[in-house]
Design a protein around this ligand. Structure first.
Ligand code: ZN
Length: 134
């Protein structure tokens, strides 16, 4: 599989507005936009930083995955996203190696990217996203 960079670092937060006080106000990483991804019940905020991006994730529903994550573990690092060139091919390779996947097929994430998640059980406890985006 060909991975070119860390596409973004996903952080689960209770409130994007509140957390921007730290990320923008204190760290000075500017937020360039927000987007609601309805089928994932999240609002994402994008904070580009060099070659990568910090992605803040706020749940829009109490039964959303981000809300459940925060309920169980508190706010914090949620996932790490790697940029791949060909997500279908990457998924085939992962399947062939017996890697446990959350998404067998790519779905559309924020910014229209094709994304899929690898189960943390196959990735040393980290939820890994692979993402193909222009
Ligand atoms: Zn992500």
């Amino acid at each position: 599989m060909e991975i070119s960079k860390v596409a973004h670092i996903g952080i689960a937060v209770k409130s994007i507005e509140e957390s921007l006080k730290f990320y923008e106000g204190t760290l000075g990483i500017k937020c360039v936009g927000q987007e609601e991804v309805r089928d994932q019940k999240v609002i994402t905020a994008f904070l580009p930083l060099g070659e990568t991006e910090v992605e803040l994730l706020q749940s829009t529903s109490e039964d959303g995955t981000i809300a459940k994550f925060i309920e169980k573990r508190g706010e914090g690092l949620h996932h790490l996203a790697f940029k791949v060139y060909n997500i279908e091919k990457a998924l085939e390779e992962l399947k062939a190696q017996g890697i446990r996947l959350i998404d067998e097929k790519p779905r559309i994430g924020a910014g229209g990217a094709k994304i899929a998640f690898i189960h943390p059980k196959s990735a040393n406890g980290i939820l890994i996203e692979i993402s193909e985006r222009e």
